[in-house]
Design a protein around this ligand. Structure first.
Ligand code: NA7
Length: 499
């Protein structure tokens, strides 16, 4: 039993002012806690700040991609443009009064547990050192671009850049544009540039499953109705069909021979069959692995776009880059003015490259070799008072990560309670509990659709799906209350811990 905590109020640090960090800030403010949010950039928004490519769209229905406590009447359409989403986060942060709590241009470069003081020592990119009793890592998932290993990229005479580092001065309108990559990003860019570029080449290493989805704009009258009556927004957000689709989706992931994945595959194949006229193009676009193995693409216009005469779907592999364009493995040249690399992100980085050292100097980098992991995606043994939002092994898929983060916050807030009450100095999961969780998770993950034999950012370095392998309901249930027996507290007085 340790001595009582002499520091009140406790100092909370949130790392990152993206969707999850803003959420944590709002919740801490509501709870009356002392906190600072450190943001490495000069603007909030996380992935919605970094990504500015033409066609950027959130593929979760806009009214479902909001905080539950902050419905938004202003969405222009069923799916929101990236810029709208960024604006939503800016307005929400301002409305909840957390802008003064965000310190911009301060990257947390190190985070070291100091046993003697039971606190974290954080080093910032500015050279400052600060202390925190509690750290909430909300540093995002898809933020380190993954550059392809294409030889001769530097020799290209035109503009070449990653999709998350859009260059506004690149030639697009009336130009010859290439896009490497066929994930959600590549598909959105191709769709948006089709009527701007003179020619557009979509370099696809693997064809994609494309789920047809409805798209419609909200009229000013509808927005006015949303403003007057938020129940109309709730009706969309909590729409039964929308949620039953999400539950179907997670069943499809976990029951690889079940009827739900069969239905998803049938919907996508019908889409291909009915939308693409040219038999040769149809075969080029036909996936040869299971649907939802890679993240399913939601699009209402991609197949239309690639059938326009100025678009080429290029399935031949890339040999190398030359000053005038892309040389293919069969010897042909695709001449280009601009090449966009929509080649995804290093999805296993999370808070890294920040150096995080826990008890006895244990390094997060070592703990996360070969795979990043966290107990129920939130906490890590030997890293006391350290909590992750949208951390490793959380649910990923075609649903709102805001909903995931909110549920995780509800769980985190319960773990924080003994610290806030002064009943414990620290909280962390036991090593045994975490090992049991991870063993169960890995075994289940191997049997999910993500592990059915394709490459994707869902897989860890050993080829095992890195995500939550059970149903959405199971995740929601797990987040309702911590299993306290799996947690180690360091009581400061007679233990009066939650049952
Ligand atoms: P993704 O989904 O990781 O897609 C990356 C794409 O880039 C994918 O089609 C890859 O082909 C392709 N790729 C990667 N490296 C290469 C090389 N070297 N040559 C050719 N093609 C390559 O990234 P996105 O940005 O589209 O989407 C990320 C997430 O952001 C998305 O899931 C949403 O959650 C939002 P592959 O399939 O590996 O053959």
């Amino acid at each position: 039993m340790s001595t009582p905590i002499d520091r009140q109020p406790l100092r909370h640090v949130v790392i990152g002012a993206g969707m999850a960090g803003i959420l944590a800030g709002i919740k801490l403010k509501e709870a009356g806690k002392t906190f600072v949010i450190y943001e490495k950039s000069d603007r909030l928004g996380g992935t919605w700040r970094d990504n500015r490519y033409p066609g950027l769209t959130c593929d979760v229905p806009a009214h479902a991609y909001t905080y539950s406590f902050e419905p938004y009447a202003e969405w222009e359409a069923y799916y929101a443009r990236g810029e709208e989403v960024r604006t939503y986060f800016e307005l929400t942060a301002a409305k909840h009064g957390i802008m003064p709590d965000i310190q911009f241009d301060r990257e947390v470069v190190s985070c070291i547990w100091r046993e003697a003081d039971a606190c974290w020592a954080l080093g910032l990119s500015t050279g400052e050192m600060v202390e925190a009793d509690i750290v909430i890592a909300a540093s995002g998932v898809l933020h380190h671009p993954r550059m392809p290993d294409i030889a001769g990229l530097d020799s290209f005479a035109g503009h070449v850049f990653h999709s998350a580092r859009w260059q506004d001065d690149a030639s697009i309108d009336g130009a010859r544009v290439g896009v490497v990559g066929n994930g959600s990003t590549g598909v959105q860019i191709i769709t948006a540039l089709q009527d701007r570029a003179e020619t557009l080449v979509h370099f696809q290493r693997s064809p994609q499953w494309i789920m047809p989805v409805p798209y419609f704009r909200y009229s000013e009258e509808e927005r006015e109705a949303f403003r007057r009556d938020p129940a109309l927004i709730d009706a969309i957000r909590y729409d039964e069909e929308y949620w039953s689709n999400i539950h179907r989706f997670t069943r499809a992931i976990t029951e690889v021979d079940g009827p739900d994945i069969a239905m998803i595959e049938a919907l996508c194949l019908d889409n291909l069959e009915n939308s693409v006229r040219d038999p040769e193009l149809k075969e080029k676009l036909r996936p040869d692995y299971r649907a939802a193995c890679k993240r399913l693409i939601y699009s209402w216009r991609y197949y239309d776009a690639v059938q326009e005469p100025n678009v080429v779907v290029e399935r031949e592999g890339i040999s190398h880059m030359e000053p005038s364009g892309v040389r293919l493995k069969d010897g042909r040249l695709q001449p280009l003015d601009t090449l966009v690399l929509a080649t995804g992100f290093q999805a296993d980085r999370f808070i890294r490259p920040t150096e995080v050292l826990g008890r006895a100097g244990v390094s997060l980098d070592d703990v996360w070799s070969p795979r990043p992991t966290a107990y129920y995606a939130v906490t890590i043994p030997r890293f006391p008072n350290f909590f992750m939002l949208n951390g490793p092994t959380g649910p990923v898929g075609n649903f709102s990560l805001i909903d995931i983060a909110e549920r995780q916050w509800d769980y985190v807030a319960q773990l924080l309670q003994p610290l806030w009450d002064g009943r414990s100095r620290t909280v962390e999961p036991s090593i045994a509990a975490h090992e049991a969780y991870e063993a169960r998770r890995v075994a289940a993950a191997r049997t999910t659709i993500f592990g059915s034999g394709c490459s994707s950012w869902y897989l860890d370095a050993t080829g095992v799906p890195a995500s939550w392998p059970w149903s959405y309901e199971a995740f929601a249930e797990a987040m309702t209350a911590p299993v306290w027996n799996d947690y180690v507290l360091n009581p400061v007085a007679e233990p009066a811990l939650p049952a």
